[in-house]
Design a protein around this ligand. Structure first.
Ligand code: AMP
Length: 281
């Protein structure tokens, strides 16, 4: 299963992604986590991303696309993944489509968590307070000013993805303001619905392809397919036996001689049947 979780910072994407990991045994790929790890490790990518992230801006597309492309090719992502925080721009989404298509894959669903921006700001402020109380270290971008910038970046660059995925028919929008359990249930229903539609569409597509190729279905196989069904072969052989062969000798009326003899015998029989009552009188 391959899923994209879409939503502004603080919408609960990370929490829901973890639920999905447990439920479906797939990996969570958070570009934010990967970039923070790169910053902490001081890699060239980390050095480039550090200041951009601290400001609440988006890291350039080519950097993030390269990270994701590398990550989804790793063995643990073979069974599927949840992309959390990626794509964040339309070019990133287009790059994701291309990298999946190259592998013969596609997304199963894009889940959008819809949230009220005002409530979101309060939610994040609460989270920050609680982290401080627990003595946990805060992210450099977890402060009101940077949060405003992250929300602005979401509105300007990421929100257009809703239309992008709606156009592809893969978007499922969910009320992200509900409780964690309710949001998780709604995501579960959305994924089941997406799976059902995919199977139905595949069946319809197969049907359309068979009819457009002019193949007529007889038995379980289509006539004209490379290996015809046994039933089809049997019927064809029987028909061939029934057909008068062009080599067979024919009467003047165009019948084969054997057909002509059969018809004479039948006529004699019916004449007898009509005459016999009179004979008994
Ligand atoms: P997140 O943890 O998803 O909120 O991401 C934290 C920060 O990492 C963002 O504010 C961006 O600066 C950067 N980032 C994460 N994912 C992306 C992405 N897909 N494209 C660009 N920048 C990203």
């Amino acid at each position: 299963m391959r899923i994209v979780l879409l939503g502004p910072p603080g919408a609960g994407k990370g929490t829901q992604a973890k639920e999905l990991v447990t439920k479906h045994g797939i990996v969570q790929l958070s570009t934010g986590d990967m970039l923070r790890a790169a910053v902490a490790a001081g890699t060239p990518v980390g050095l480039k991303a550090k200041d951009i992230m601290a400001r609440g801006d988006l890291v350039p597309d080519e950097i993030v696309v390269a990270i994701v492309s590398d990550r989804i090719g790793q063995p643990d992502a073979k069974r599927g993944f949840i992309l959390d925080g990626f794509p964040r721009t339309v070019p990133q989404a287009a790059a994701l489509d291309r990298m999946l298509a190259k592998k013969g894959l596609s997304l199963d669903a894009v889940v959008e968590l819809k949230v009220d921006p005002d409530i979101l700001v309060r939610r994040i402020a609460n989270r920050v307070e609680q982290m401080k109380l627990r003595g946990e270290s805060l992210r450099p971008d977890d402060n009101p000013e940077v949060l405003k910038q992250r929300l602005a970046a979401y509105a300007a660059q990421t929100a257009p993805l809703v239309e992008y995925y709606r156009g592809q028919g893969s978007l499922r929008s969910i009320d992200g303001m509900a409780s964690i359990e309710d949001v998780a249930s709604a995501i579960g229903r959305a994924l089941a619905d997406a799976a059902f539609r995919r199977v139905s569409a595949r069946k319809a597509d197969r049907g359309a392809r068979n009819s457009s190729s002019g193949r007529k279905r007889v038995g379980r196989k289509a006539v004209g397919s490379k290996k015809p069904a046994k039933k089809v072969v049997k019927r064809a052989k029987a028909a061939a036996r029934r057909k008068p062969s062009s080599k067979a000798s024919r009467t003047k009326a165009g019948r084969t001689k054997s057909a002509s003899r059969r018809s004479v015998r039948n006529r004699q029989k019916s004449n007898k049947a009509v005459r016999s009552p009179r004979l008994t009188k």
